[in-house]
Write a protein that binds this ligand. Structure first.
Ligand code: SF4
Length: 280
């Protein structure tokens, strides 16, 4: 646990028009940027449990966080979005979690009437026909159920990492999730590499998804996820038939970032690099 109290502002907000809640989150983001994932989790569980939960979809990131959090508080809550199109291996994984940790993963499901309407109108595999239809499917099966779940929470924890994809490059470790009622969103692994996550999983014998041993690098719905080829980016197997999309389903990318100190530093570095590139 952090030895300082992030509730107490450590400096005046750098952006004066930020409201009080946003300034508080920004201070926490700055304070925890260099902290270990366990320190951030300990602070968050102390501050928000039981109105905080980890979002887990089957990836190693969420499972590593679950293991860390369980060691801090065995009553930690974990939820998943059961889209109805998950591979069977994902359900086997949640059974393994139940066995190993005694955690009863909370399943959030889509509205059956919306799913029925969409599948009837456009077919069950509409996602391959257009990006708009794919997004409509993600909206009904993921985005709306997530909204319903988060409406019951004050904070949530996700396994996002900055190196995963360009759309995640500027995530902060503590964010204000304006899309979901201004609750707090935590990304304790933001600065971790994939190798570091796997080291944690193997060292601590965390159960992991069987598909990782069959060439998958990211886990999602069965029709929309494939194994990746050697050298391909981590999320290349998600919606692999789409070109020039952000490889997101809308549950993470719409979160408004507040611009932590680390973001500003990265932006400055990018600007410097761009200037260097122009003069070269
Ligand atoms: S990932 Fe594919 S199957 Fe899952 S909700 Fe999105 S479009 Fe539908």
């Amino acid at each position: 646990m952090a030895d300082t109290d992030p509730i107490q502002p450590i400096h005046e907000p750098a952006v004066p028009f930020l409201d009080e809640e946003a300034a508080w989150v920004r201070d926490a983001a700055d304070r925890f940027e260099g902290a270990r994932a366990e320190e951030l989790l300990a602070w968050a569980l102390d501050a928000f449990h039981p109105r905080i939960a980890i979002s887990a979809a089957g990836g190693v990131d969420g499972l590593a966080l679950m293991d860390m959090a369980w060691r801090i508080n065995p009553d930690v809550r974990v939820f998943t979005l059961d889209t109805g199109r998950l591979p069977p291996e994902t359900y086997a994984l949640f059974e393994a979690i139940r066995e190993r940790y005694g955690i009863h993963v909370e399943f959030e499901v889509p509205d059956g009437r919306d799913v029925a309407k969409l599948a009837t109108a456009y077919g069950p595999n509409l996602m391959y026909r257009s990006v708009d239809l794919r997004i409509a499917c993600c909206n009904i099966r993921k985005v709306e159920p997530l909204k319903r779940k988060l409406a019951t929470l004050d904070a949530w924890i996700a396994g996002l990492r900055r190196e995963q994809w360009v759309s995640r490059r500027n995530i902060a470790k503590v964010e204000l999730d304006r899309e979901h009622g201004n609750i707090v969103k935590l990304n304790p692994l933001a600065d971790w590499s994939l190798d570091e996550v796997w080291d944690y999983v193997r060292t601590n014998e965390v159960p992991y998804h069987e598909l990782f041993d069959r060439g998958f690098a990211s886990i999602g719905c069965a029709p929309c996820t494939r194994a990746v080829l050697p050298g391909e980016p981590e999320r290349a197997g998600r919606w692999w038939w789409e070109q020039d999309t952000d490889k997101e389903c809308g549950i993470h990318c719409s979160v408004q970032l507040l611009g932590t100190k680390s973001d500003r530093e990265r932006e400055a570095e990018d600007a410097n690099a761009a200037l260097g590139g122009m003069s070269a």
